[in-house]
Design a binder for this molecule. Structure first.
Ligand code: OFO
Length: 172
């Protein structure tokens, strides 16, 4: 059974994951209308993944005697100065989500809720990977600079960017 404190904290995270999905959906749309098909597909996929993260939390809350709250969401940014700015925002957002997950882990220990603590470890690893991916992409964007040919190749190959983190090499 979830304590009210944990239930509230998990519901807050449900909203954050839902907002993440909207943020990346808006980025997918912006890239799509700019003709950046590869980047747009990447963002659609990110958006779907965030929805999965939200659903996983929803199920967990409901299965443990809580009630997952589906709330209104903050409207995301829909235009960007450049694709570089867009990826900088993605990176910043992932750092924000990681901090939120860390806070949740902290609360689960304070509440002595070891089942929730265990459940959250998946999110901890996921955030390590997503931050690493965003950092790798930003490094590539900085290499490209204003080179149009570079952007063309980046858009074509973005779905081939893979990262290996210490966490993914040693899965729990
Ligand atoms: Fe939900 O995984 Fe990142 O934000």
């Amino acid at each position: 059974m979830l304590s009210k404190v944990i239930e509230g904290a998990l519901n807050k995270q449900i909203r954050i994951e839902a907002e993440s999905s909207q943020i990346y959906l808006a980025m997918a749309c912006w890239a799509e209308v700019k003709g950046l098909e590869g980047i747009s597909n990447f963002m659609y996929k990110q958006s779907d993944e965030e929805r999965e993260h939200m659903l996983k939390l929803v199920k967990f809350v409901n299965e443990r005697g809580g009630h997952a709250h589906i709330s209104e969401l903050k409207a995301p940014n829909v235009t960007f100065k450049s694709f570089k700015e867009m990826f900088e925002m993605l990176f910043k957002h992932e750092v924000f989500v990681s901090e939120s997950i860390n806070d949740l882990v902290h609360i689960s220990l304070e509440e002595r809720d070891y089942a929730t603590h265990n459940f959250l470890q998946w999110y901890v690893s996921e955030q390590i990977e997503e931050e690493a991916m965003a950092r790798t992409i930003l490094d590539k964007i900085n290499l490209i600079g204003d080179d149009k040919g570079g952007l063309y190749l980046f858009d074509r190959d973005i779905d081939k960017i893979t990262i290996t983190t210490a966490a993914s090499e040693n899965p729990m």
